[in-house]
Design a protein around this ligand. Structure first.
Ligand code: PEP
Ligand code: MN
Length: 338
């Protein structure tokens, strides 16, 4: 952290700032010249908030040199993290496809879709059992019954399962039912109680980006899980809000590049929630592969017209199959295997 003091700051005011850093276990280097009063703070400043330091009268400008997140950062962990999800690798040279319905609606529905996506090449089965919906009147998911159907499909089709958790209280139930990836939805990216609780388990967590979250806020949310000792964090870019209403959200494809520059954590792209449109999914999935994402999560429904949630952004199994074939052709050009 570098601090520039105000031109008219008194020696006493400057000392107050330097004493504050000493009390936090930091030292400093005086880099002042005739024109500018500049101090480099040496030590671990990750717990010091800039907003607190601006409270000192002498402080003019603060520049952070290190990222506020340590464990999510590439600085001390340059090699990419590869996460083993019950035998399926996420990260490194693979492009992992997760697919399934938005919501688990019935055993017949999930088994039908699981069978189709498995045959096409999906490696992980998705399906929401607990659905945090924007409207309290919309379908809220089957809850525990949905988890049981997911567990049965996992057994029948030998596919690990990913499903959303929105409350720390549900963790024991999710563990008992054998959930392989605990998905934190966009609406809960900053649910710190949940993130802390997920830091205590030793299961992969897929952290979706909040719809208005900056990259730094997202990585700091990941840091909550990592700081608890759970190192199995997968990031998921699912589109952010912009001014345009033609699509549901806007896929921030460059976020994949930013994450690859800043972090060692794997990143998955969700073209379904990003676009909200089934007719954009295949091309957005290709874009994800080209920019270096570690995989995609895609909604698939056997009867999208009758889906209880997100039918308009769900691929029919035939379209999903077509997409996977296209990705298989493209993958070698991107240095990835499916
Ligand atoms: C989902 O994946 O079903 C979901 C609700 O996504 P998001 O949290 O990104 O809206
Ligand atoms: Mn959905």
């Amino acid at each position: 952290m570098i601090i520039r003091m105000k031109k008219n700051a008194t020696q006493k005011q400057i000392e107050a700032v330097l004493n504050f850093f000493s009390s936090k276990g930091c030292t400093y280097k005086d880099a002042s010249s005739a024109d500018v009063s500049l101090y480099g703070i040496i030590g671990d400043t990750k717990s010091i908030m800039e907003s607190d330091v601006y409270a000192f009268e002498a402080v003019d400008k603060i520049t952070r040199i290190q990222e506020p997140y340590k464990k999510a950062s590439k600085t001390l962990h340059p090699e990419p993290t590869i996460i083993d999800v019950s035998g399926v690798k996420i990260g490194g040279g693979t492009f992992t496809i997760m697919a399934g319905p938005c919501s688990v609606e019935s055993k017949e529905q999930l088994f039908n879709i699981a069978d189709a996506v498995k045959q096409s090449g999906a490696k992980i089965l998705r399906g929401g059992a607990y659905k945090p919906r924007t409207s309290p009147y919309a379908f809220q998911g089957l809850g525990e019954v949905g988890l049981d159907i997911l567990a049965a499909a996992k057994k029948e089709y030998h596919l690990p399962i990913v499903t959303e958790i929105y409350s720390a209280e549900l963790i024991p139930l999710f563990l008992e039912k054998g959930v392989d990836i605990f998905q934190v939805g966009a609406r809960n990216m900053q649910n710190y109680d949940l993130l802390k609780a997920l830091g205590k388990i030793r299961k992969p967590v897929m952290l979706k980006r909040g719809m208005d979250a900056t990259i730094e806020e997202w990585l700091l949310a990941a840091e909550y899980i990592l700081a608890g000792g759970n190192e199995q964090v997968i990031l998921c870019e699912r589109g952010i809000k912009t001014f345009d209403r033609y699509t549901r959200n806007c896929l921030d494809i460059q976020a994949v590049l930013a994450i690859k520059q800043l972090s060692h954590l794997p990143i998955i792209v969700d073209p379904s929630h990003a676009s909200g449109r089934y007719d954009m999914i295949e091309d957005l999935a290709k874009a994800a592969l080209v920019v270096g994402a570690d995989g995609i999560i895609v909604e698939v429904h056997n009867h999208p017209e009758c889906a209880l949630s997100d039918g308009a952004q769900s691929l029919k199994p035939e379209k999903f199959d077509h997409m996977v074939k296209e990705l298989e052709k493209l993958a070698p050009l991107c240095g990835k295997t499916l």
